[in-house]
Design a protein around this ligand. Structure first.
Ligand SMILES: [Zn+2]
Length: 393
């Protein structure tokens, strides 16, 4: 996707490009540890729609001025307005910009979403498919040509930058590049109530990203997010003569809803720590082998270098080794490897019997858990640690 075309000073660009970029980055922020499938990460379009709702809802409530560029914005304004007007529950203050927090809580806690909210999400999704995605695809088409000219191996999926994917959506044959236009047929008739999890699971269209690109984005995700927000704010300020302070406030409000989710990593670490306390007894430091009285759950591959809070990278250490090690990369020498293997065995056994918890914690390495031979999965995990470690040194 043409990142540069979003970030460049183009007066004619409209906010949906910022919204698209921001939503993609929010996905990365929310799932820095996502495990690729066949080398790819697939970002469901309905996920992007959810993010758009968070961004635009406060803007709609604060005033139309913040969103007046382009047809998509007009359409968005209409669908969000309709949604607010249709609410029967007048106790719930839908006209309050903070109401989006309540909607977000509903979505995050996987409560049943009522039909108007589902319709709204599907409606926004349709706008995304019809508008910004269509244009980004043009860029993808050009990129492919460029790569061929420069002799880059486009067949290697891990080097695929950013593209649109689709598995089940028919391509528009009127164009020489792949266009994805999902008509939302299967969703239109959707009458049932549904929770967020099911809604996302039903998605058939995705933005697809190679793992290599994804991990690069993970490393600088907050920086990229800030850069996009900065551009969006500047764009909004430039667009209005009257410098609508409320619109700016509303924009920040919607865009920074992700903060809560980045904090979720701490919640995850707390949970991992609680499990570790329960399952690792007795506890010995993986570095100095001393018995631990108060332990630290160490990221063997330092978090600052590879921000992954997965079980296969988390091992108990004494607090003194942990602070000595800090964010240094430690070589996986034999002794350490053996101690790590011991812990991995306990982790894997635990998650094998608690698979639901495993997926709640964002676990995707299911294949390791499903292996019959536990020693084989340990071997794979060790290999994974070794490869990542080596590449970082
Ligand atoms: Zn130690």
């Amino acid at each position: 996707m043409g990142v540069e075309s979003v970030l460049l000073d183009e007066k004619k660009s409209s906010t949906y490009k910022f919204a698209l970029m921001s939503a993609v980055i929010d996905y990365v922020i929310e799932k820095p540890n996502e495990y690729p499938q066949n080398g790819f990460h697939n970002i469901p379009i309905i996920y992007l729609a959810k993010r758009w709702l968070y961004y635009y809802y406060p803007l709609m409530v604060y005033g139309e001025e913040g969103v007046r560029q382009g047809n998509t914005q007009i359409a968005l304004r209409r669908v969000i307005r309709d949604f607010i007007e249709k609410q029967e529950d007048k106790q719930f203050l839908f006209s309050d910009p903070e109401a989006i927090l309540q909607i977000k809580d509903k979505i995050d806690s996987n409560e049943i979403l009522d039909k108007p909210l589902i319709s709204l999400l599907i409606d926004i999704r349709k706008r995304i498919v019809e508008q910004p995605l269509q244009y980004t695809q043009v860029t993808v088409g050009k990129r492919k040509e460029k790569e061929l000219v420069e002799g880059v191996n486009v067949k290697d999926p891990s080097f695929t930058l950013f593209g649109l994917i689709n598995t089940s959506i028919p391509l528009n044959e009127h164009r020489d590049y792949q266009v994805i236009r999902k008509k939302s047929e299967s969703w239109k008739g959707r009458k049932d109530e549904s929770n967020w999890y099911d809604l996302e699971a039903d998605e058939t269209a995705f933005i697809q990203m190679g793992h290599y690109t994804y991990t690069e984005l993970v490393k600088s995700r907050f920086f990229i997010k800030d850069a996009i927000i900065k551009r969006w704010i500047e764009f909004t300020i430039d667009s209005y003569l009257e410098k609508d302070a409320q619109a700016i406030y509303a924009l920040f409000h919607g865009l920074y809803l992700h903060k809560k989710e980045s904090e979720r990593e701490n919640v995850l670490m707390k949970k991992m720590r609680a499990i570790a306390t329960e399952i690792f007894q007795p506890m010995k430091c993986i570095y100095c082998e001393s018995e631990i009285s108060s332990f630290a759950l160490d990221h063997f591959i330092p978090w600052s270098k590879y921000p992954v809070d997965r079980f296969w990278n988390l091992f108990p250490t004494c607090t003194s080794c942990n602070s000595k090690k800090s964010d240094k990369i430690v070589e996986l020498e034999e002794k350490i490897q053996h101690r790590i293997e011991d812990y991995l065995r306990v982790w894997v056994l635990y998650f094998q019997t608690n698979q639901e918890e495993f997926s709640r914690l964002g676990g995707k390495e299911v294949e390791y858990l499903e292996m019959d031979a536990i020693e084989q999965s340990i071997k794979f995990l060790i290999e994974q640690i070794r490869v990542i470690n080596k590449n970082l040194i």
